[in-house]
Write a protein that binds this ligand. Structure first.
Ligand code: CUA
Length: 321
């Protein structure tokens, strides 16, 4: 069961391969990886081949000059040329992996916290649209991500789009992402940051420009009203238990800033930064057994809620799409 859930979470979070790039900077990194892998393979075969030849093929029959040639040539000259070439290539690539900030880029602020991601899109009317553990980017257009952390060092990594960038308390680091194809790509924290470091994931949705604008408009809208009596009961449970002290749901009284914004939580692919899939049963699991799902998470478990209140709350949150 557990491994099935892990499989489905991995599918929901999306592609993760450095070697199947979907962004400009990741393409350069993949190129360099293949060159390094190729030259290392060549050096390994040449050195091993010469060693086998020297030891077994004609043992005792070598003259000193030939042995010296093999050692100097295979052991020093060849690796120097190949690795020197790769070094020159990587120095040439470096500015392309970390490009300067381009004009007309999408601007996004990302805060890494133990153990989730706060994402803010500046809106044209002023203010910002806040989402959590998921972000969307338009394909073919650069995005500038301003990265910060209020607690410990995290590292922002979307392997298919670019390399890692540390998020350091007290300063802002910047990464430029330029997606080259649409899809869903997994992001993760790449710096050990405590107990649930492994459960600090996010999904990057790379969309066509129109779909991206639609996504942004939907995320910026206030939460929809509860659809039926069960959802309305869930909204009342949310108020009664003071969930709004930590979580915001725009369009309601809930305006907490400690935890993730839940205005459109039902639209997200996972819960708890990739800890669970996102179905009504998963909300119940998350709310009642938070620390079994995600050890040391800031949110206290609400296992004391009666089952029907939990089910109503889950239906309400699931309906916030
Ligand atoms: Cu955040 Cu590891």
């Amino acid at each position: 069961m557990a491994s099935q859930t892990e499989d489905s979470i991995a599918t929901l979070l999306g592609e993760t391969s450095v070697l199947v790039p979907a962004g400009r900077s990741a393409e350069r990194i993949a190129d360099l990886s293949w060159w390094l892998f190729g030259s290392a393979t060549l050096i390994w075969f040449v050195v091993l081949g010469l060693s086998v030849y020297a030891a077994y093929v004609r043992p005792g029959a070598h003259d000193v000059a030939r042995v010296r040639l093999m050692i100097v040539g295979g052991g020093a000259v060849l690796p120097t040329i190949l690795l020197g070439g790769v070094l020159a290539y990587s120095l040439w690539l470096m500015p392309q992996v970390k490009p300067p900030i381009p004009e007309g880029a999408v601007e996004i602020e990302v805060e890494g916290l133990r153990w989730w991601w706060r994402v803010r899109y500046a809106s044209e009317e002023g203010g910002a649209t806040e989402v959590a553990n998921e972000l969307a980017l338009p394909v073919g257009r650069p995005a500038v991500l301003r990265l910060t952390s209020p607690d410990v060092i995290h590292s922002f990594w979307v392997p298919a789009l670019a390399g890692k960038t540390d998020m350091i308390p007290g300063r802002e680091t910047i990464i430029v992402l330029e997606p080259t194809r649409t899809g869903v790509f997994r992001g993760a924290c790449a710096e050990y940051c405590g107990t649930s470091h492994a459960l600090m994931n996010f999904a990057v949705l790379v969309l066509e420009p129109d779909a991206y604008e639609g996504w942004l408009a939907r995320q910026g809208a206030p939460a929809q009203e509860p659809e039926g009596p069960l959802e309305a009961r869930g909204a009342a449970v949310f108020r009664e238990y003071g969930c709004g002290a930590c979580h915001a749901i725009r369009g309601t009284q809930a305006n907490g800033v400690v935890g993730p914004d839940l205005t459109h939580v039902g639209s997200r692919r996972t819960l708890g930064a990739g800890a669970l899939p996102n179905t009504p049963e998963d909300y119940v699991d998350w709310i009642a057994r938070t620390h079994e799902v995600k050890p040391d998470a800031n949110m206290p478990p609400f296992g004391m809620l009666p089952d029907d209140d939990l089910a109503a709350l889950a239906a309400y949150l699931d309906g916030l799409t």
